[in-house]
Design a protein. Structure first.
Lengths: 455, 61
C-alpha cells in the first residue's frame, strides 16, 4: 500500500486549490468571531447559515493581514458607519489558502461594505418592524417627562469621558440648580454591551419611584462600535422602561434602534446635561412668571378694591346728591302737586263754598221767603182774622146798633118813658132820691125840671 | 406634596385671581399659600434633599 506523508497530502491539496482557485473570489458569509491582534492583523471566523440564525452549513477561518486591514477597515467603517463585528454579514473578496501546517483558510483581500450596509439595514428594519408590531416602539416616547428632572440615573462606563463631562456640567451649572445623580456602570462597547446595559436598567428599575429620568451615556470611543445599540433585546428593554430614557450614545450618523425607541436622543453627553438644565430653566421661568402674574393679580385686585371703595364713595355721594336732587325735584314736583292739589282742592272747596254760599243764599232766600210768606200769611191771617173780627164787631155793632135802635131812648121816650137824671146821671132807683132833690126829666120832647116833694 | 402638585396649585390660584374668582377676604390666606408654594418649588430647584441622598448612598450599583 502506498502511503503519502501528510506533508505530501497537504501539498497536493495545496497545489490543487492553488490551481483551481487561482483568482480571488467574492463570497458572502457571516462573521462569527473576530479578533484583532497587536500587530494589526485581523482574524475572523466565518460561517454560512441557512435562513438567518439556524443551522451552520459551512465555516472557515479568514485572515485580514495588517497591511490590507489598514485600508480596509477605515473604508468599511466610513461606508457602514460601523466597525467589523460579530454577527455581521459581509461580502469578502478572498483567496483560498491552504497551508500545510495551518490548513484551510481564506485570505481577505477586499470587502464590499454596501453588502453589509444592506444587510444591516435589512436587519434593522426587521427589528424596527418587530418592535412596531409588538406595539412598544413609541412607549418610552409616550411617557410624560417629569416636571422637574431632578433625580437622574446614569448608565455609563465609569471611565468614559462622557460620564465625567455630564456630571461636571450638572454639578457646576451656573444657575445653582441641584440634581441627584447616580451612576449605574455598564459596558458600553463590544459584544457585551446589550447585556450589560439591560442589567443596569434592571437595577434602576428597583428604584423606579426615586428617579425621574435615565440617561445612557456612551460618548467618546469609536464612533463605529454602535452595532450593539441596534440590538433587539436592548431596544425592547429601553422602549418598555417606565422612566423616560435619554440616549446620549453620541454619534453623528444614523440612528441606532435604541436612539429610535428612547424618549429622546442627544448627540453628546453634554447635550444631555444641557437639556436637563434647560428643563430646570423652563420651570424657573414658569415659576417666576406665575409669581409675577400673582403679584400683578393681587395688585389689580387691591386696586380694584380701592377703586370700588372710591367709586362706592363717590357713587354714594352722587347717589345722595341725586337723591337730594331727586328729592328736590320730587319735592318740587311734590310741591307742585301739592299746590295743584291744593288749588284743585281749594277750587273744589271754593266752588264748594260758592255752591255752599249759593245754597246758603238760596236757603236764606227761601227761608226769608218762607218767613215772608209766613208773615204774609200771618199778615193775611191776621188780616183775615182782624177782618173777621172787625166784621164780627161790625156785626155786633150793627146788632147792637139795631138793638140800640130798639133800645134807643128816644124810642123809649117816644113810648112815653122818660129818663130821670139827678145831676146829669140817670137814676134808676128812686131810693136814691131824697125830697128836695132837683131832678131832670127827659121826655121825648123836652125836658122838665122838678123838685122831689115826696116819695 | 410634590413639585408638580405645587406648581399646579399655584397655577390654579393665579388663574382664579385672573378670572376674578377671588375676593378680597380670601386674599391674605391665598397670598400666604402661594408664597409657601413658591418657596417650596424654589427649594426643589436649588436644593438637594437629604432623604434622596441617603437612599442613593444605599444603592448597590
Amino acid at each position: 500500500m502506498e502511503a503519502f506523508t501528510l506533508y505530501d497530502l497537504n501539498n497536493r491539496i495545496k497545489q490543487v486549490l492553488k490551481r483551481d482557485f487561482a483568482e480571488a473570489v467574492w463570497i458572502t458569509a457571516e462573521i462569527t468571531e473576530i479578533q484583532l491582534n497587536s500587530s494589526g492583523h485581523c482574524y475572523l471566523q466565518l460561517a454560512d447559515k441557512k435562513e438567518e440564525d439556524s443551522n451552520i452549513v459551512a465555516t472557515a477561518r479568514a485572515t485580514i493581514w495588517a497591511f490590507v486591514f489598514r485600508t480596509l477597515r477605515p473604508y468599511f467603517e466610513t461606508v457602514t458607519g460601523r466597525s467589523l463585528s460579530k454577527g455581521m454579514k459581509v461580502l469578502l473578496n478572498v483567496e483560498v489558502v491552504f497551508h500545510e501546517v495551518y490548513g484551510f483558510s481564506l485570505n481577505v483581500k477586499d470587502i464590499d461594505p454596501t453588502y453589509t450596509v444592506g444587510d444591516l439595514e435589512r436587519k434593522k428594519q426587521e427589528i424596527l418592524l418587530q418592535l412596531q408590531e409588538e406595539g412598544i416602539m413609541d412607549m418610552n416616547r409616550g411617557l410624560a417627562f417629569p416636571a422637574l428632572p431632578k433625580n437622574i440615573a446614569v448608565i455609563s462606563s465609569p471611565t468614559a469621558a462622557g460620564w465625567g463631562d455630564f456630571r461636571n456640567q450638572l454639578e457646576q451649572n451656573p444657575y445653582h440648580y441641584r440634581f441627584h445623580i447616580r451612576l449605574f456602570p455598564a459596558v458600553m462597547q463590544g459584544e457585551k454591551t446589550a447585556e450589560s446595559v439591560i442589567a443596569a436598567l434592571d437595577r434602576i428599575y428597583e428604584y423606579e419611584s426615586l428617579f425621574d429620568v435615565v440617561v445612557i451615556i456612551r460618548g467618546g470611543g469609536s464612533q463605529t462600535d454602535l452595532g450593539c445599540f441596534d440590538s433587539y433585546e436592548l431596544a425592547s428593554n429601553v422602549a418598555q422602561f417606565p422612566l423616560p430614557v435619554i440616549a446620549g450614545i453620541g454619534h453623528e450618523r444614523d440612528e441606532t434602534i435604541v436612539d429610535r425607541v428612547a424618549y429622546m436622543r442627544v448627540k453628546t453627553p453634554t447635550a444631555a446635561a444641557a437639556f436637563l438644565i434647560e428643563a430646570f430653566q423652563e420651570q424657573e421661568k414658569c415659576l417666576e412668571d406665575r409669581k409675577h402674574r400673582f403679584r400683578m393679580g393681587v395688585r389689580e385686585l387691591m386696586h380694584q378694591e380701592a377703586v370700588r371703595q372710591l367709586t362706592g364713595m363717590s357713587g354714594l355721594k352722587r347717589s345722595v346728591q341725586a337723591l337730594l336732587a331727586g328729592e328736590g325735584t320730587s319735592l318740587k314736583i311734590l310741591s307742585h302737586r301739592v299746590e295743584r292739589a291744593t288749588q284743585l282742592y281749594m277750587g273744589t272747596r271754593q266752588s264748594g263754598f260758592e255752591k255752599l254760599k249759593d245754597r246758603l243764599e238760596n236757603r236764606i232766600v227761601l227761608l226769608l221767603e218762607r218767613q215772608k210768606d209766613c208773615l204774609h200769611r200771618l199778615k193775611e191771617g191776621v188780616g183775615q182774622k182782624a177782618g173777621r173780627m172787625l166784621e164780627e164787631r161790625q156785626r155786633r155793632l150793627e146788632m147792637v146798633m139795631t138793638m140800640v135802635k130798639y133800645v134807643d131812648p128816644n124810642r123809649v121816650l117816644k113810648q112815653g118813658y122818660s129818663i130821670t137824671r139827678l145831676n146829669g146821671k140817670a137814676v134808676r132807683d128812686a131810693a136814691l132820691l131824697k125830697p128836695g132833690d132837683c131832678i131832670e126829666t127827659e121826655m121825648a120832647q123836652g125836658k122838665v125840671s122838678s123838685k122831689v116833694m115826696e116819695k | 406634596m410634590n413639585y408638580k402638585e405645587a406648581m399646579a396649585e399655584i397655577e390654579g390660584i393665579v388663574a382664579q385671581l385672573e378670572n376674578n374668582q377671588l375676593d378680597i377676604d380670601e386674599l391674605s390666606s391665598k397670598v400666604k399659600r402661594v408664597s409657601e408654594l413658591i418657596a417650596f418649588c424654589k427649594s426643589k430647584l436649588h436644593e438637594t434633599e437629604e432623604e434622596v441622598e441617603k437612599i442613593l448612598k444605599t444603592i448597590d450599583a
